[in-house]
Write a protein that binds this ligand. Structure first.
Ligand SMILES: [Zn+2]
Length: 162
């Protein structure tokens, strides 16, 4: 963390559909929250950290994982761009009747603890490079069947407002 910030998360991200928006998938990040964090789990025996939460350790026989909040900043470990609509059961905000929109996807290394697979807010590969600093964002992610606004997590190049 880089210390206190001058304003709350919602104030800096006024394009969000409001704090009433619903997480696209439950349990991945703290929400609503001024400073949203991804929710992972850590093994108290061997220290392995996972995202998302797992109930038993992938690195040792332990079956007691502790919930941890992950760092909000990390580095881009690798990335690609999704150039075509994934096969079913793809779920996402895009309207199937409209043209496919390319998006970036990558692995973000958070500290030395864990690599997180995430959508990226940037889809232009010329604006991405391995090792660049990235930060967590909560972004609009379409609506559910009842018209409620959904949000999902994504990573953005650090320090760039969208
Ligand atoms: Zn373990």
């Amino acid at each position: 963390m880089t210390g206190p910030r001058p304003t709350g998360y919602a104030a800096r991200h006024s394009t969000l559909p409001g704090m009433a928006a619903i997480p696209f998938t439950e349990g991945l990040f703290t929400w609503p929250a001024d400073e949203p964090r991804l929710i992972g789990s850590r093994c108290p025996v061997c220290g392995v950290t996972t995202f998302p939460v797992q109930t038993s350790c992938p690195g040792c026989p332990s079956r007691e994982m502790e919930e941890v909040l992950l760092e909000t900043h990390g580095t881009l470990w690798t990335f690609t761009t999704q150039e075509f609509r994934p096969k079913e059961p793809y779920k996402g905000p895009e309207d199937p009747e409209r043209d496919w929109q390319r998006y970036g996807v990558g692995y973000i290394e958070l500290g030395d603890a864990v690599r997180v697979e995430s959508r990226l807010t940037v889809s232009d590969p010329t604006k991405l490079h391995i090792g660049m600093e990235m930060e967590l964002r909560i972004v609009p992610f379409g609506t559910d069947g009842e018209g409620n606004a959904l949000v999902n997590f994504a990573f953005a190049p650090a320090g760039i407002e969208h």
